[in-house]
Design a protein around this ligand. Sequence first.
Ligand SMILES: Cc1ncc(COP(=O)(O)O)c(C=O)c1O
Length: 393
Amino acid sequence: MENSKAWVSRRVSSITISAIKEMAMRSAKIPGTASLAWGLPSFRTPEPIRRAVAQRLETDLDIGKYALPDGLPELRQAVTRAHLAATGIEADADRNVMITAGNMQGLNALFHVIIDAGDEIILTDPGFASHFQQIRLCGGEPIHWKLDEPQGWRLDLDALPGLITDRTKAIVLVSPSNPTGKIFAEAALRRVGQIAQERDLLILLDDPYCHFTYENGDRYFNLSSVAELTDRVVYLFTFSKAHAMSGWRVGYMIVPEHLKQEVLKVHDATIICSPRISQVAGLAALTEESLHLREFEEILARRRALICQRLDSVPHVFEYVKPEGAYYVFPKIVAEHDNSFEFSIRLLEEVGVAVTPGSAFGPTGEHRVRMAYCVPEETIERAFDLIDTFFGR
Ligand SMILES: Cc1ncc(COP(=O)(O)O)c(C=O)c1O
């Protein structure tokens, strides 16, 4: 319609759908595409979780009703136990725990709480594409904190203070990282915590991938385990990846008490609550036997080995560093190309392989693509067979 543009707010006009979802939608229209575009684990939600939900669906007369805006009390209690076991920090189920509809929703609620027009949020570059859009949607400015591959994608602590202004509200961290797979070092994370204290900033830890650290488990450090930081760190965990529950839309955040009260207002005004049935699934994930955590990680480790081996065989197309965690690899394009978007579209339309253009993850991602190896080994093999054929050996 001709005048429909006038109906759309400047805020929404100013953002785009993330290239991850755009590539997923484009590739869905091309039958037979080998897709490495979307970080959607191929696993089925584990049986103990499905069983617990099926049982509650039959026996719980309230299962179809709203939950409280901060979530079911029994799930919040289970979250405090999980957080204590993971970090040694005692959160209070009423004062500090908020059940979310996944980390995207949790972060969206937090950005609504903290951002006034023009406020700045510091994000790693490369960083998770949707964070940039979420901040803009709230009228904020994403500030790129550049990381370099030659430096092993590590946090550039010297650069951080120079990015902080009077408008800076928070720093967002994802470790293991999407899209690089980097696990940030404990000392660096602690230093970010000190800087946040000195400059009175919040730290938002978006943590979907803590269970996927492979041989680097000892290097993973959860900054929310630092007691002196609990009044300025928000920890967000999602069941989407670790428990193969991306479609259930459920996660949780551990949040300082005064901020929880503000997040509650946003929940009340937007989603009311995370779906109750999904909260029951989340409860089962935390309380039933969770052998799948180890199993998923082992399968992903094999897929990582495979994708690295296949990348090794096309050095004329891609250069990469082995990812430490999560399930992404972020290679540089060395084959002839103009930019990562044009390259990804060509790969999709001419080769039948879907990847995500690196530029979606910030300026540093240009001339790279992100490949998600959470798909079956056959898909990885097929994608690289097609790449081999197209680019020759
Ligand atoms: C860093 C990061 N945050 C959030 C999400 C989305 O999580 P959820 O499904 O809990 O909304 C993803 C998914 O890819 C992610 O990589």
